[in-house]
Design a protein around this ligand. Structure first.
Ligand code: MLT
Length: 327
């Protein structure tokens, strides 16, 4: 016969058991509220620690079934696996996660690559315009009372060549936008870029040297890994046209900042825009203050839309992995 009304003690034990069953999620970064709500409404216990330090993260991640991070902390299996089943990187770059180390321990590592594509591509093209027309420089001169109309001669993007290094989701979105602006598109990638995509942007896949020599704007969209670390250094910068611009939206280590500083000072290239740096925030004030450099604070993915999409997608992945449900 089933138990009649549960006693007080039994109810307490049931509650404890239920509590033990609840999967725990550590959101160790800023995440859109909708993503948090989605996980909570699916019955997960979510601890939201957007200002967690590296030390705290290293100590605490083992107590959770899932963790969600951005680029704010490095996820390394310093304390082993503990309860951890999945790490979700809200965004694209996995360079701050020891994917191999966690995978060996049986922890899944996932990211939300679709969520930030448009935002990063739009900022990239925004920086093309800023470089081509000196927008940041002349606006800042005018704020200080200097009307430099006669000096403010820029170039148009139409008819110029853009060289896209790394032709994944973001690189392709940049290619579509550049094509729509009337630019000629060259791409370089370690894998063969699909022919139908290249046809759609009237683009051509070329080797790195050709891309560097022929482009008016070189833009980088590769992941950072051992094969791309230092990809653009002195030799590569010297191959670029003296009138060309370099944009790095990928990761700091892909461009050698010391070589870039010389290139900008000595006029090997006309200018550059960096959204990412070897150390973030960057400490090299000499580099940041160069007049032909536009530095931005790793804000490629910082749009309302991209952050909402990353938060919701991260929550969906956590729910799928911990509860086996799709939402
Ligand atoms: C990413 O990898 O998702 C972007 O670089 C954005 C970020 O890390 O903040």
């Amino acid at each position: 016969m089933p138990d009649a009304q549960p006693t007080k003690e039994r109810k307490h034990l049931m509650r404890l058991a239920a509590l033990n069953d609840v999967s725990r999620v550590l959101v160790a970064c800023r995440l859109d509220r909708e993503g948090i709500e989605l996980m909570r409404s699916a019955g997960l216990q979510v601890d939201y620690e957007e200002r967690i330090t590296q030390q705290e993260f290293d100590r605490r991640y083992v107590n959770y079934d899932a963790v969600v991070i951005r680029s704010n902390v490095k996820a390394r299996p310093v304390g082993g696996k503990g309860n951890l089943r999945v790490i979700v990187r809200a965004g694209v770059g996995l360079d701050n996660v020891d994917v191999e180390g966690f995978t060996k321990l049986g922890v899944k590592v996932l990211n939300t690559p679709e969520s930030v594509t448009r935002a990063v591509a739009e900022l990239t093209v925004g920086l093309f315009f800023c470089l081509a027309r000196g927008i940041v420089r002349y606006a800042s001169e005018l704020k200080q009372g200097r009307w430099l109309k006669s000096e403010a001669h820029g170039i148009e993007l139409r008819g110029k060549t853009v060289g896209i290094i790394g032709c994944g989701r973001i690189g392709r979105e940049v290619a579509r936008m550049a094509h729509a602006l009337g630019m000629r598109v060259l791409v370089n990638d370690v894998i063969e870029v699909p022919r139908d995509f290249l046809e759609s942007v009237e683009g051509k896949q070329v080797d790195l040297l050709t891309l560097l020599r022929e482009s008016d704007i070189v833009t980088i969209h590769t992941p950072l890994d051992p094969s791309t670390r230092g990809l653009i250094g002195e030799r590569e910068l010297r191959e670029m046209k003296r009138t060309a611009f370099l944009v790095n939206m990928a990761r700091g280590g892909v461009v050698d900042e010391t070589a870039l500083k010389r290139a900008l000072r000595e006029g090997w290239i006309a200018g550059a825009a960096l959204d990412v740096f070897e150390t973030e925030p960057p400490t090299d004030l000499e580099l940041l203050s160069l007049p032909n450099l536009i530095p931005t604070p790793h804000m490629g993915a910082q749009t309302h839309e991209a952050q909402r999409a990353a938060g919701i997608e991260a929550a969906r992945l956590v729910i799928r992995e911990l509860l086996g449900k799709s939402v």
